[in-house]
Design a protein around this ligand. Structure first.
Ligand code: CTP
Length: 406
């Protein structure tokens, strides 16, 4: 349970996105958090407190003077209990009040009294969001250490299109986890480059060669690293994952493009993880025009070798940066992984067998072994890709302590 023993105070203000705070509350509860909800009066016009009360199994605070227990001052005890205080969604009005030191209801008095990290997820009409007064208030709050998950662009409730839509709940949740867990700081100031997904090698304007990778393992690594405070660059090939707010994602198609992006990003990296399924071969040439069948029964597609990015990384940065590779095998898993580890000069290889139940493409779980440069092998049980990501990052951090500083 990711958020066991953590108290998250969720403030809800009056906007059309208020209902989305229900989804967040439910997600936090499922992660083991103790959730306490505070609503402004106008928020209760959009969603009834009873909905939050049913999910959190706790009374919802709305009115400052409605003290359930006479021996405690509610806004102060709520403020003190928070490990993270989040306001989802947060209106321009409430941002303005906090920035100006106005505390005139339960939510604003509580947020003013808290010493916990405060995470604000604004949602409002584009013109309101772009208003320099709102922007200045946001900048002011940032300068005081308030954290933000910025709204995204999209079609808004008023019919306008632009920035102002509440960021997706998963991104807000990730940021809360990041703030709530002290373990996350262990990767603070670390630059981590991760590759994920499949490369696409074009044959002609219509066809291409690729593989079954969905990018789930690489994205799980990026998410876990970000949650632990790292600066993450994710070089993403073809994938079936959602973008992660806060992670610098560089989208590429071919192995050559992946190589350029990874090599460039690696210059400032401390840890590099190649979890992408890179095509070993690409068509000899790309046909500008669609290849016609022209009555042929057989055709031959000639392929040529792609660069081995991991090998080049090992040759360039081995010993000075922590480099991690993956190996997906269908037989002789450990022997093949040991060979790859030595040949590519990497710190360790995360090896998995495509045929093992719970491992492989598109699954949310993995069954992996960690094969290290020093010859040691750790066989891990089946676990979620996010859990495995944390184990890989623990080991990477350990290795990075032994890297030579240039
Ligand atoms: N890799 C790479 N560049 C390639 C091929 C693979 O950087 N052209 C990386 C992968 O991202 C992975 C590791 O090398 O981290 C091992 O990939 P894998 O496909 O298992 O092995 P290969 O080295 O391609 O060897 P083989 O296909 O012969 O098993």
């Amino acid at each position: 349970m990711l958020l066991k023993n953590k108290t998250i105070v969720v403030g809800v203000t009056g906007g059309i996105a208020a209902y989305k705070a229900l989804e967040l509350t439910s997600k936090l509860i499922k992660s083991g958090a103790d959730v306490k909800v505070v609503m402004t009066k106008s928020a209760t016009e959009f969603v009834r407190p009873l909905s939050f009360q049913s999910l959190s199994k706790k009374p919802v605070a709305v009115d400052t003077f409605d003290e359930p227990n006479t021996w405690e001052i509610r806004h102060i005890s709520l403020a003190k209990s928070a490990d993270v205080f989040t306001i989802v969604p947060c209106t321009a009005n409430v941002i303005g009040k906090i920035a100006s030191g106005i505390a005139d209801d339960m939510l604003t008095t509580t947020v003013m009294a808290t010493k916990a990290p405060v995470l604000i997820a604004p949602a409002m009409n584009t013109n309101m969001f772009e208003n320099p007064i709102v922007q200045n208030n946001i900048e002011k709050l940032k300068s005081y250490g308030y954290e933000f998950v910025m709204p995204t662009e999209g079609r808004l409730a008023c019919g306008d299109t632009g920035q102002g839509k509440l960021s997706d709940i998963n991104s807000i949740f990730d940021k809360i986890v990041c703030l709530a867990l002290s373990k996350n700081t262990d990767l603070k100031n670390k630059n981590i480059v991760i590759s994920a997904g499949a490369t696409i090698e074009k044959i002609d304007p219509v066809r291409y060669i690729t593989n079954h990778s969905t990018g789930k393992m690489g994205f799980a690594l990026a998410r876990a690293a970000y949650q632990r405070g790292a600066n993450v660059t994710l070089v993403a090939g073809s994938n079936r994952c959602n973008k992660i707010n806060g992670v610098n994602q560089i989208d590429i198609e071919s192995a050559e493009e992946m190589k350029t992006a990874v090599m460039t990003a690696s210059k400032n990296a401390d840890i590099i993880i190649m979890s992408a399924a890179v095509a070993d071969f690409k068509p000899n040439s790309f046909s500008d025009e669609k290849i016609k069948k022209s009555g042929a029964d057989h055709i031959t597609l000639e392929l040529t070798r792609n660069p081995d990015i991991l090998k080049e990384l090992g040759e360039k940065h081995g010993g000075t940066k922590t480099i991690i590779g993956f190996a997906m095998e269908t037989q002789n898993l450990i022997e093949n992984a040991q060979k790859k580890c030595a040949e590519k000069k990497v710190d360790f290889i995360v090896a998995n067998n495509l045929r093992t139940e719970g491992a492989g493409f598109g699954t949310d779980t993995n069954v992996a072994s960690i094969v290290s440069q020093d010859g040691s092998t750790i066989k891990l049980p089946k676990m979620s890709k996010l859990e495995l990501a944390d184990i890989i990052l623990d080991k990477a951090l350990e290795c990075s302590k032994n890297c030579k500083i240039l």
